[in-house]
Every structure is written in C-alpha cells, then in structure tokens.
Design a binder for this molecule. Structure first.
Ligand code: G6Q
Length: 547
C-alpha cells in the first residue's frame, strides 16, 4: 500500500513527527539558539527576492527532515504536477485548477481538456490593456462626453477582496487622477457611501462576478444602474458607456444590458479566491497601468516556477506550509497572525483570510472521509505597529500559542524622516521578544518589585517567520500572493482536502434566497423554520412596520 493512500495520521512520517515532538517539546527557542550559533543561517532561505527567516520556529534539527518526508508521503510532488498538467484536481466540481496559467508568459503551454489556455489568457490581457489605456488617457468618455475619473468595482468575496487588497497595496504606483471605490456588501450603506460624492457622468462601474448571479453583486449592480440613469437623464444607452463586466457568463452580462464587447472573460478553472490576476484584476490594471500589471504577473510567475521546480527543502511555499502543519497539528496552534509592517498591505490579512480559510476550512478528505486532525488554522492580522498597541498582548502573555508571519521591507515607498527605521526596529523587536521572552531572573535584575514579577515575565518560545524583501513593488506583491496560494495548496495536499471548492459559501447563498420572499411578502407567509428563525423573521417584520 502506498503511503499516499494511508490516512494522514497513519503515515510513517506523521507517527515519527508525533514521537519527535514528544522528545523535543521541552527544548525552548532559548535552548535551541544557544545550542547552535549557526541556527539563523541554517534556517533561513532567500528565493525570488524574498528572504525568509524561519529559525524562530520551535523546530530542532530532526524536525524539517521529518516534515519533508511527510510532504513526500502525502504525494505533494504528484499533486503539483497534476495542477500544472491541468488535471481536474478540484474533484467535487470536476474542474481543473489553473490560476498559474493566468500569469504564464506567452509561449508556455498549459492545457485543459487538451486545449492550450495560455493564448486565451493573453487575448483577454490585451483587451484589458486596450481598455485600460483608453480610460487612463481619457479617450474613453462617458455618455455626456466627460472623461472617467471614478471607478467603482462591484463584486464580493473573490471578486472583491483581491481587487481591494491589490489597489491598496499598489496605490503608490497608481494614477492619482483616478479615484477607486469598492462595493461588496448587500447592505445599502456600502453603495450609498461609495457613490455619495461622485458625478455619474464621470463614473465607470466594473461589475465583477464570475457567475453573474451572486445576489449581493446583482443587487448592487441594479442600484448602480438606477443611480446612473437617474443622474444622466434616464437614457438606457448611457449604460454601455458606464458599465463593463468581468465574468464567465456572457449571456447574463448581456441580459443586464452590458455590451458584450465590454465584457472581460475568464474561465471555470479559475477559483474566485484565486482570481485577482485574471480579468477580476481590471481595476488593478486601471490603477497601476498595463506595464506594472505585467510586472505583477511576472512576479506571480516567478513564484510559480520556484514552487514547481525547486526541491522541497529549498522551496519557500513548501517550507512555510510544513511549518504551519507542524504548528497546527503537533504544537496545537489554532490560528496564524499575519502581520505586515507595511501600511500599504493593510488589506493583505483580510485577503489571506479568504484564500486560506475558504480553501482549507474543510472537515472531510478528498475521498469524503471525516478527518481526525485539524485542518486550516484561522488566519487573521493587522498591519504593524497598530496591532502592537492592541492584540499583541495576548500573543506575548496570553495562554494560546499564536504563530506569527511578519512581513517587512527594507525600503519605504514613501520615505519620511526616521519612520522606516522605527517601523523595522519594531518588527525585529517583536519577533525577538516573542521567541526569547524575559525570565523572572531578568525581571528581578531590573529591580522590579517581587509582587510584580509574575506579571512582567514573558515566557517567550512563541514561534514566528519573518519575510523580508527590498520594497513592495507590483512584482513583489505577485510573489507574495503566489507564495500564500502555494502554501495553501501544499497544506491541502498534506491534509488531503480539496482547497478549491466552497460548499459552505454556496449554502449561505441558497439559504438567504429562501428567506427573502418571507421578508418581502405583504402578508406573513406560513414560516417553517426553527422557532428561533421564525421568531426573528416575525420580530423584524413587526419592527419594520413601525415608523
Ligand atoms: C471564492 C468564492 C466566493 C466568490 C463570491 C463571488 O473562491 O467562490 O468568494 O468569489 O461568492 O462570486 P461571483 O464572482 O460568482 O459573484
């Protein structure tokens, strides 16, 4: 029997890791660093412009070899090859998973059902570029002849989080005369606030929806259309000049009234949360321009090639994924804090929440067996140093183990006095304090009153990774996103789950549809939910009836 078919906890490497963990658990980061002056050098790695120091993880000399063995026993190599070969590895939806094709240079061949998809990708990119140039140069004008100054992306989930994150991350490179807004929530406040100060004559809506059926997005798109027509005198012909769509569903786009010539397509082998570099990235391209967008794609591709070709022991996504498996499954960590010390990455943790948790938040294996181990940890975070003045207390002195991914850059994009050195001093200090803490003896040596000593002790031994790059460029953003995409892929391979479906999201979409008519109908219909849901619906209707 091959090890791949054994359930995860029965694989030899898993058992060896459990035994190894017992053996080394008493050895703290203080011991591990004291025993090996070369530790930092040994446990760090530079690849595709990213430097990863993973020496502050609770691993001893035998840990990584065993984790690498686990990767091999889990069939990781075969799964990577299957993804790049366009096999339908998204089993539950019978789809290929080929977001790597979105950034493949012309000339690369990646096939789905025997057809090379790379030329299609480049055809859409060329169409996006032509459109982006017209908007950026002001040669695309609105219904009244004014140039477009405001761009509103309407989309949700994978059709929103990537565009918002990328816009914020790359704002430094954006054309400042264009103003970008993002509307996702079906809560009307999102739309109303987004357009409050905009002139419809200067506004372009990008309706981003893979399916073009998502309730939130369709509702916002209809409101946008009404808002536009109201502002421009009601001529429906105005829609064609102020709406474009990004979708896989041409029929629905046309039915909405958007000219199919202004639809930018993508394909069912791109999952929503893996789509920020497909046409879903149109707002990003409008902001930073085609050249910088291409640079971002090149960054993604560099990381893809690194992941595909470099041996696992020097492979950034593989190593980071294995460390997360170690922290989750052997050290019992339940979350990972992602802490960028770069204000432009303020939406990066939110973006990663979807990428990681929607992908690997699964409780059955690909074969449908309930797992007997933890899968995705909760990912969360905030930019440093803000987090330091809020939740870091719990990371330092709370009762939970919270591994941290620190992300920092050598150069500020907007240098200002001593700010950047202060910022970087903070990130290095935090990782150091988390790892080494402060003992009671050290606290006493500072002359602290005995009654306060327990309060001032830091246990340390808190694991972290530090990722350092020269500066946040479009290429580096591409590499960072691809890094986490492939971390998720590797985790999924080890946990034997399908990172590419999202039945939990589908459930929410269906349930809400069922309740809508029960809220909208004039007369209260017979409610057949549980007593709590029935009560909430009745109470809502009653409250709403009062002025
Ligand atoms: C992503 C999910 C989900 C999806 C949204 C929007 O992987 O499938 O977040 O992106 O539900 O879907 P549409 O793009 O089809 O509107």
């Amino acid at each position: 029997m091959s090890t791949r078919t054994l359930s995860l906890t029965r694989r030899p490497a898993w058992k060896a890791l459990a035994a190894h963990h017992k053996k080394i658990q008493g050895r703290t980061l203080r011991h591990l660093f004291a025993d090996d002056p070369q530790r930092a050098k040994r446990l760090s790695l530079e690849a595709v412009g990213l430097f990863l120091d993973y020496s502050k993880n609770r691993i001893a000399s035998g840990t990584m070899p065993l984790l690498l063995k686990l990767a091999r026993e889990s069939g990781l190599r075969g799964r990577i090859d299957a993804m790049f070969a366009g096999e339908k590895i998204n089993l539950t939806e019978n789809r290929a998973v080929l977001h790597v094709a979105l950034r493949a240079p012309r000339g690369v061949v990646l096939r789905v059902d025997g057809k090379n998809v790379v030329p299609d990708v480049h055809a859409v990119l060329a169409k996006m570029e032509a459109f982006a140039q017209r908007i950026r140069r002001g040669t695309w004008t609105g219904h009244t002849g004014k140039r477009i100054r405001h761009i509103v992306n309407i989309g949700i989930g994978g059709s929103d989080l990537g565009p918002v994150m990328a816009y914020e991350a790359l704002k430094h490179y954006s054309q400042r005369g264009l103003n970008f807004r993002f509307v996702s929530n079906v809560d009307g406040a999102d739309f109303v606030e987004a357009v409050r100060d905009l002139d419809p004559a200067e506004t372009l809506f990008i309706v981003s929806s893979k399916t073009f059926t998502t309730q939130e997005t369709m509702t916002n798109a209809q409101s946008a259309r009404r808002w536009l027509l109201r502002g421009l005198g009601g001529n429906p012909r105005a829609v064609a000049k102020h709406f474009v769509a990004v979708s896989t569903n041409a029929a629905k786009v046309e039915a909405f009234g958007i000219d199919p010539a202004n639809m930018f397509g993508f394909w069912d082998w791109v999952g929503g949360r893996y789509s920020m570099d497909s046409a879903i990235g149109l707002s990003t391209m409008l902001a930073i321009g085609p050249k910088q967008y291409r640079a971002m794609l090149a960054g993604f591709h560099e990381m893809d090639e690194h992941f595909r070709t470099v041996p696992f022991e020097r492979n950034l996504p593989v190593l980071m994924a294995l460390l997360s498996v170690w922290n989750t499954n052997f050290l019992g960590a339940e979350t990972v804090a992602v802490l960028p010390y770069e204000n432009y990455l303020k939406r990066f943790p939110a973006y990663l929440q979807q990428l990681t948790m929607e992908s690997n938040g699964k409780h059955v294996t690909l074969e449908g067996r309930t797992v007997d181990y933890q899968t995705s940890p909760v990912y969360w975070g905030e930019p440093g140093t803000n987090g330091q003045h809020s939740f870091y207390q719990l990371i330092h002195q709370g009762t939970r183990l919270i591994p941290c991914d620190f992300i920092a850059f050598a150069h500020a994009l907007t240098p200002l006095g001593a700010h950047h050195d202060l910022l970087l001093a903070n990130v290095f200090a935090q990782a150091e304090a988390l790892a080494f803490g402060k003992t009671a003896a050290e606290v006493r040596a500072e002359g602290v009153a005995e009654s306060l000593v327990p309060h001032r002790v830091f246990e340390g031994n808190r694991p972290s990774n530090t990722l350092l790059a020269a500066r946040l460029t479009p290429a580096v953003l591409g590499r960072l996103v691809a890094l986490y995409e492939h971390i998720v892929f590797t985790q999924g391979a080890i946990w034997s789950v399908n990172p590419f479906d999202q039945w939990g999201v589908e459930l929410g979409k269906a349930l809400a549809q069922r309740i809508v008519p029960e809220l909208e109908s004039r007369k209260l219909p017979r409610l057949q939910h549980d007593s709590s849901t029935n009560q909430l619906i009745r109470r809502y209707r009653a409250l709403r009836a009062r002025p």
